[in-house]
Design a protein around this ligand. Sequence first.
Ligand SMILES: C[S@@+](CC[C@H](N)C(=O)[O-])C[C@H]1O[C@@H](n2cnc3c(N)ncnc32)[C@H](O)[C@@H]1O
Ligand SMILES: [Zn+2]
Length: 284
Amino acid sequence: MTKSTTVLCPVCDLVLVLTDDPRRSLSCPGGHCFDAAKQGYFNFLTGRGTNFIEDTGPMVIAREEFQNRGHYAPLAKALCAAIEGHHPENKLDVLDAGAGTGYYLGEMIASISETEAEVDALALDISRYAMRRAAKLPHTLAMVWDVWRRLPSADQSRDVVLNCFAPHNPQEFHRVLRANGICLVVTAADDHLQEIREPLGMLGIAENKEASLIEKFRSAGLQHQQTENLTYAMDLQTSDLFNLAFMGPAGHHLSPEVLRAKAESLGTQRVNASFGVHMFVRLG
Ligand SMILES: C[S@@+](CC[C@H](N)C(=O)[O-])C[C@H]1O[C@@H](n2cnc3c(N)ncnc32)[C@H](O)[C@@H]1O
Ligand SMILES: [Zn+2]
């Protein structure tokens, strides 16, 4: 069975066709063909070399465990609410740039599916381990890709671009969005996890100042519509504290043993979650 897509060939930029039988593959009229890995994702970065350090398998497991405990469910809910009334009724094309395990994308797909609209999603992330997880989501193509490069999605092919705690590429987000399409960017606020950042070695989380973010997107043609500041308290156990630290940048430079010891020395904690949910619209 073949299905046309709006995904672009990373070699020649022509539109790819998905073949699901007997093996999952994407091929373009230029003769380039990409087979899915056995875990279902596509690796478009093969053989090209990249300077980025991907999140490791254990870091991705920590992220998944933390998210499955529901601590960020209020954020997922806010994202689902933000797209209500902003999308066509019958079909929604979503791109998640820096999707990680696909937690927020999965919640969004579930919420759109409840309205009986069709969903078509593209999850992009530089981590193979993250894309193994995202490949399990329904209606989703998961692709290892660097979001700083040209995105493998046709011009004006998306209604929603999701970008949570991941690198921004506003020029490309603008290119792939349809007129009136929305881009939802989530950033950590300055007071996010303020009680535990220093003791857990999680410095440097909040790096996106709102004004410069808005200006960056405005100059790419994406107009700021609103920012929702979402703040609430989370009661975290030692295992949550460990996962939280290990799933982020600290997981790249501190060993799990060191982070576990730091988490144990803190015990159970009430911790502030604080996010900015920024909505941008492509007007023309
Ligand atoms: C903090 S995680 C957020 C993941 C997911 N959006 C979430 O909120 O659960 C940042 C993600 O960005 C990915 N990432 C970092 N640099 C990237 C790049 N240049 N291109 C694509 N993904 C990237 C990482 O692999 C990681 O999965
Ligand atoms: Zn091609």
